[in-house]
Design a protein around this ligand. Sequence first.
Ligand SMILES: CC(C)(COP(=O)(O)OP(=O)(O)OC[C@H]1O[C@@H](n2cnc3c(N)ncnc32)[C@H](O)[C@@H]1OP(=O)(O)O)[C@@H](O)C(=O)NCCC(=O)NCCS
Length: 234
Amino acid sequence: MPRRPPPPSLATQSVQRRARASPERIAGLALRRALSVRDRPALANVAFDGETVTVVRQLVLPTIAQFGVTLRPWQLADVPGLSEACGDEQIMRFTTVPRVFTRDAATDWIDRQGRRAESGTAIVLAIVDAGEPFPIGMVGLFGLDRAVDSARLGYWLVKDARGRGIAVIAARGLTDWAFERLGLKQVVIDREASNIASARVAQKLGAIETGAHIVEYRGAEVHFIRHVLERPRD
Ligand SMILES: CC(C)(COP(=O)(O)OP(=O)(O)OC[C@H]1O[C@@H](n2cnc3c(N)ncnc32)[C@H](O)[C@@H]1OP(=O)(O)O)[C@@H](O)C(=O)NCCC(=O)NCCS
C-alpha cells in the first residue's frame, strides 16, 4: 500500500523547488501547497528569485476578548508597560523578558515577539485588563515551527494581576482559539515542580499531569512537571 505523505508542519514551511517549469507554475504550486496547510489564519509569503520559490508561513496574531480580559498582539506603545515585569523574580526564571528595564531592551523584546509570528515559530500575546492601557501579562504558544499538532503554553502576569484567575481566562482563550483555528491536538505545560500557582492554572484548565523531567537550564538542573491539555472532543 502506498504510504501517505506526512502531514505538513503547522507553522513555518519553506518550499524550495528548482525551476523546471515556468515561474508562474512554480509559484502557483508553492502557493497551493502553502494554503493546503491547516492553519487557516496563516498567510503565505511567496518569493521567487528566478530559480527557487520560497514559501514562508506567517502566523496572523488574533485578538481575543472574553470575561473582561483581552489578548492581543504586543505593540510598541506597550514599552512602558513592560517595566513592571522586568526584574520580577518569578517572571525572570523562564522568560526572555529583560531583567533590567530600558526603552531599548523593552522595544527589542516586543519586536522579537512580532518576528516570531512572522517566522511562524510562536504566537505571543499581551494580556490586557478591560479599561487599562498597558498589558498585565503574556500568554503564548511556543514551538509551533517544530510541532505538527502540539505546542507549549507559557504565561506570566505582573504581581498586582495575580490571584484573580486571569491566567486561566487568558490560557483558555488562546488554547480554544488554537485548537479550533490551528488544528492543534494538544497543548503541553511544563512548569517547575515548585510552581504551585502554575500547577493550579494547569489543573483549572483541565490539563492532566503526565510526568516529570529534568532540564539543564542556565547551568542548573531544573525539575519540571508536564501537564497535557487535549483538544476537547466535538
Ligand atoms: C502562574 C501565574 C500566571 C498564575 O496566575 P494567576 O492568575 O494568579 O492564577 P490564579 O489566580 O488562578 O491562582 C492560581 C492558584 O494558585 C494559588 N497560588 C498562588 N501562589 C501560590 C503559592 N505560592 N503557593 C500555593 N498556592 C499558590 C492561588 O491561591 C490559586 O489557587 P486557587 O485556584 O485554589 O484559588 C502567576 O502566578 C505568575 O505570573 N507567576 C509567575 C510566572 C510563572 O510562574 N509562569 C508560569 C510558568 S510555567
